[in-house]
Design a protein around this ligand. Structure first.
Ligand code: FAD
Length: 417
């Protein structure tokens, strides 16, 4: 009998996995993707939406239409996973058996977990651009914002695309300068981290850019409460930050369904998985990919893409009874919009943090790492086409390998940490 491979989640990671598996197996495996809805949102586009730089309708496509012919798409909410009986249960009671299960359920936003965040003021002066609805509402609010304190707050890590709140801050600076009211707007970036970013060399670069754009950074601020009426963020250690408009990046957790199996997830619901093979710690025939996995890589679409190769190879190895390969190195590649039609590019993995250099070709680039350029911005814009036409279909990205390349990078800078 052909192996039955069931994938929960038809977002970035689930779609990449299904399409890559379909290329490998053709009709020799029964591949099923289950998702609760048929609206695939291009999430990187949510960054541009609040500034009126993209139409929300352009960001959404059918999930099913991104899957290759022969892949079975099931609309439904997975309520329970039974790793003993090797089946998943849908709302309504239907059971779907599997030989291999891939969990690609992403990250869930948990704004309700922070006291007051979704209380008075929510969607009036408190917004998030991490959802299509939130980003659209924020666009309307920004249009009517003529001055005051704009605060961007990352409640805690991990979050999807950890640089997106910084990019938002840079674009806000640009937006208000274009409108000629920058002198009436104070922009403050409030983070639970001890710097703008976790990696030292990159942090130095980003902190310099923030300072140059007159964006205040408040660090080690662990938000305990949001007072939407009074316009106050209150930390667990009783510090306060005032705002007229708050852009929050709420707490993230794994999917509720992960909690349906004791031992499958960590304390915040992400699947415990080997950081190099992506096999779950609980069951050998269960794997995790993308934001759903608790591996210490960034939660980013590029990571899901780089993980895909390892995952698909390991599913084949598992089904053949062979040892798995630990080939995923934490490779992450991310454009960082800095406003005025410019962007940075960073490339790093578990072992090597972002440094300046050339990418993807070590001697000619043409993209420059960790330096602002117009070309990087064009790369960020091109990523949308790449996402729908290369990344999701599971095609290789020309010149870019799944493992991070050290050539072309100024690794000597790492010793100056
Ligand atoms: C504002 C923003 C900007 C970003 N910018 C970038 C960027 O520039 N570059 C980059 O690489 N990444 C970026 N990202 C991150 C990127 O979008 C995510 O990392 C990526 O989409 C993760 O893919 P995923 O498949 O793991 O999760 P998702 O794409 O979120 O998919 C998870 C899917 O699982 C489904 N699901 C969950 N639970 C169930 C269930 N119980 N039953 C049925 N279905 C279920 C959901 O409906 C969803 O479709 C950004 C994200 C945001 C929010």
């Amino acid at each position: 009998m052909n192996p039955r491979i069931v994938i929960i989640g038809g977002g970035t990671a689930g779609t990449i996995t299904a399409n890559r598996l379909s290329r490998v197996y053709g009709d020799d495996a029964a591949i099923t993707v289950i998702d609760r809805d048929d609206r695939h949102v291009y999430q990187p586009g949510l960054l541009f939406l609040p500034f009126g730089l993209v139409d929300p309708n352009r960001l959404v496509r059918s999930r099913q239409a991104q899957l290759r012919a022969g892949i079975n798409f099931r609309l439904g909410e997975v309520q329970r996973i039974d790793t003993e009986a090797e089946r998943v249960m849908l709302a309504g009671g239907e059971e779907i058996p599997y030989d291999v299960l891939v969990i690609a359920t992403g990250a869930t936003l948990l704004p309700g977990e922070t006291q007051g965040l979704t209380g008075p003021g929510w969607q009036e002066r408190v917004f998030t651009f991490y959802t299509l609805e939130g980003a659209t509402a924020l666009r309307d609010a920004l249009r009517g914002f003529d001055g005051g304190r704009l605060v961007i707050n990352t409640v805690d890590m991990p979050i999807k695309c950890p640089v997106a709140p910084l990019e938002f801050s840079f674009l806000a600076d640009w937006h208000f300068r274009e409108r000629g009211i920058r002198d009436r707007v104070q922009i403050e970036y409030v983070t639970s981290l001890d710097g703008a970013f976790t990696k030292a060399v990159c942090n130095r670069e980003l902190s310099g850019l923030l300072a140059g754009k007159d964006i205040t950074v408040t660090t080690e601020f662990n938000t305990g409460e949001v007072d939407g009426t009074g316009g106050r963020l209150v930390s667990w250690d009783d510090r306060e930050v005032n705002f007229d408009l708050l852009v929050t990046i709420p707490l993230h957790g794994g999917g509720e369904v992960i909690g349906s199996v004791p031992g499958l997830g960590d304390e915040i619901g992400f699947v415990r998985a080997d950081r190099s093979t992506l096999q779950s710690s609980l069951s050998p025939n269960v794997f995790a990919i993308g934001d759903a996995a608790d591996v210490p890589a960034s939660k980013a679409g590029s990571v899901a893409h780089f993980e895909g190769e390892t995952l698909v190879s390991n599913i084949q190895r598992f089904l053949r009874g062979e040892e798995l390969e630990g080939s995923f190195d934490g490779h992450t590649n991310c454009f960082i919009e800095t406003g005025f039609g410019r962007a940075l590019l960073i490339d790093f993995n578990y072992e090597t943090e972002p440094v300046p250099g050339l990418f993807p070709e070590p001697h000619i680039g043409p993209l420059r790492l960790l330096r602002e350029s117009r070309l990087n911005h064009l790369g960020k814009l091109a990523f949308e086409w790449i996402y729908w036409n290369l990344l999701l279909p599971g095609r290789p990205l020309p010149g870019i390998s799944d493992q991070m390349q050290l050539a072309g990078k100024q690794l000597n800078l790492l010793s100056t940490k």
